[in-house]
Design a binder for this molecule. Sequence first.
Ligand SMILES: [Fe+2]
Length: 253
Amino acid sequence: MIRSLQEHIDEFHKQGYTLMKGALQAQEAESLKEGVLKAMEGPGDGYRDGLRTRMFEKGEQFQRLIMQPGVVDFAEAVLGPKCHMFAMNAHRTARNGGIDNWHVDEELFFPLPEGVEFDPRMQMPTFLITCIYYLVDVTETMGPTQVIPGSHRSGQEPDPNQNPPIYKGQEPVTILAKQGDCLLFTGQLWHRGARNESDEVRIVQQVMYGKRWISQRFYPFVNYQLPQEIVERWKDHPRMSRLLGMHQRGPYG
Ligand SMILES: [Fe+2]
């Protein structure tokens, strides 16, 4: 059953994540998978093996993914009409691979003192969203994404001495995804990609969206230049050019 955008938004705010089933057609997912595998064979970009960043540089299909219907609508609804894509990484995870420690991404945005809770009348503000497109089916043994529902409201990092960490009695939920599904979550949610214990390779493409004031993370950052062919292709397309970071002038410049 296809769920409405509002249902996904409500679930995201409450649980810290939501899964859009069938966000990609099988053909789209297959073609992106081929593109990711090809990028993995090419030269690395200074990150670890099995990770490629700035995937929008790898062809038009990756650029179009930034505007994937449903997903981009969700991003704009949650982050506002000026949001942009700030990172676009692909992962290939073979046996024994995976970032399997529980974590929040980057840092805690709203740290709370021990024993203090977020008022239930308050909605946790969201500044950025990670969208994970599964380009192959991900089964229990392939290192599925795991999350602790509601933990984005904890104001705490997951306790490294507790494995798995439990939040308000809530245990981990394992996301068993089919090819083409998309998981949308806030990096403030306690999460991990479990270790891949199978011989199947897990292949995912991520698109991260942030509010305009979240800086884009295109290494080497200051001196990064968006390739001219991408600028030319999208400069007359207001939504896409904004998502790529071509903004109007604003209060700070
Ligand atoms: Fe993470």
